[in-house]
Design a protein around this ligand. Structure first.
Ligand code: ADP
Ligand code: AMP
Length: 214
C-alpha cells in the first residue's frame, strides 16, 4: 500500500507516519527529513536547500522529486508513506510518474484537516528525539518519562530552526498557495480520505487505521 499524508505544517503528518512505520512496517518517506539530513551533512543539495528552508519557502521540485526517486525502491515491499511530499502540482505529477515506472499505485491520499491557528502552537512547541527523530510537544505530547524518548530511550532532544512563529506563517502561506491546490487533483482521482487532525493523536491514528483496513 502507498499513501500520502497531506496537510499544512504541524498537521501531524510526521507523528502519524512514524506510528505507521512502527506498527505496520511501512516506510516513511519524508522530504523534510531528507533535506534536513542533507543540510546537516553539507551535501550539494543541503547547501542549496538550507536558506530556502530557513525562510520557510519551498525547495525546488527537481530537488525533492529526485530525493523521493532515490528512496522509493527501498519501500517497494512494505509500501510507502509520503510525508510532506508532494507539495506542488509538479511534484504530484512527478510522483505519479515515479510510481507508474515501477508498476506501483497510490492507494489513499489522507488529508489531515486542521484549524490553522492551532498549528502555530503545535509547531513552536515541537521537539524531536535527537537520535530516532520521534516527534513530541512541550504541552500536547510529552515523553512518558520526563526527558526520556519513549521509543529509543535517548535523553537528547532537538528543535528545528524553522519552527518559529515568523517562519511558520510563511510555511502556512506556501501551503495555501502551492499545496492546497493539489487536493482537487487527487479528489478527481477518488483518492482523498479526510480525517479530523484536531482530534488527539491516538484518535487520529484510529481514523487512519480504519481507512487502511477498509
Ligand atoms: P507535521 O509533520 O505535519 O509538520 P508533526 O507530526 O511534527 O506535524 O506535529 C506537529 C506537532 O504537533 C508535534 O509537536 C506533535 O507532537 C504535535 N501533534 C501532532 N499531532 C497532534 C494531535 N493530533 N494533537 C495534538 N498535538 C499533535
Ligand atoms: P517539513 O519537514 O515537511 O515541515 O519541511 C520542512 C521544509 O523543508 C519546508 O518548509 C520546505 O522548505 C522543505 N521541504 C520539505 N518537503 C518539501 C517538498 N516536498 N517540496 C519543497 N520543499 C520541501
Amino acid at each position: 500500500m502507498n499513501i500520502i499524508l497531506l496537510g499544512p505544517p504541524g498537521a501531524g503528518k510526521g507523528t502519524q507516519a512514524a506510528r505507521l512505520q512502527a506498527n505496520r512496517g511501512m516506510i516513511q518517506l519524508s522530504t523534510g527529513d531528507m533535506l534536513r539530513d542533507a543540510v546537516a551533512k553539507g551535501t550539494p543539495v543541503g547547501v542549496k536547500a538550507k536558506a530556502v528552508m530557513e525562510a520557510g519557502e519551498l525547495v525546488s521540485d527537481a530537488i525533492v522529486s529526485a530525493l523521493i526517486g532515490e528512496r522509493l525502491d527501498a519501500s517497494a515491499e512494505q509500501g510507502a508513506i509520503f510525508d510532506g511530499f508532494p507539495r506542488t502540482a509538479h511534484q504530484a505529477e512527478a510522483l505519479e510518474m515515479l510510481l507508474d515506472e515501477r508498476g506501483r499505485t497510490l492507494d489513499h491520499v489522507i488529508e489531515l484537516v486542521v484549524d490553522e491557528e492551532a498549528l502555530v502552537e503545535r509547531i513552536v512547541g515541537r521537539f524531536t528525539c535527537a537520535v530516532c527523530g520521534t516527534p513530541y510537544h512541550r504541552t500536547l505530547k510529552l515523553t512518558r518519562e520526563p526527558g526520556v524518548c519513549d521509543v529509543c530511550g535517548s535523553t537528547e532532544f532537538k528543535q528545528r530552526p524553522d519552527d518559529n512563529e515568523q517562519t511558520v506563517r510563511t510555511r502556512m502561506a506556501e501551503y495555501r498557495a502551492k499545496t492546497a491546490p493539489i487536493l482537487p487533483y487527487y479528489e478527481e482521482r477518488g483518492l482523498i480520505r479526510r480525517v479530523d487532525g484536531m482530534a488527539p493523536v491516538e484518535q487520529v491514528a484510529a481514523q487512519i487505521d480504519a481507512i487502511l483496513d477498509s
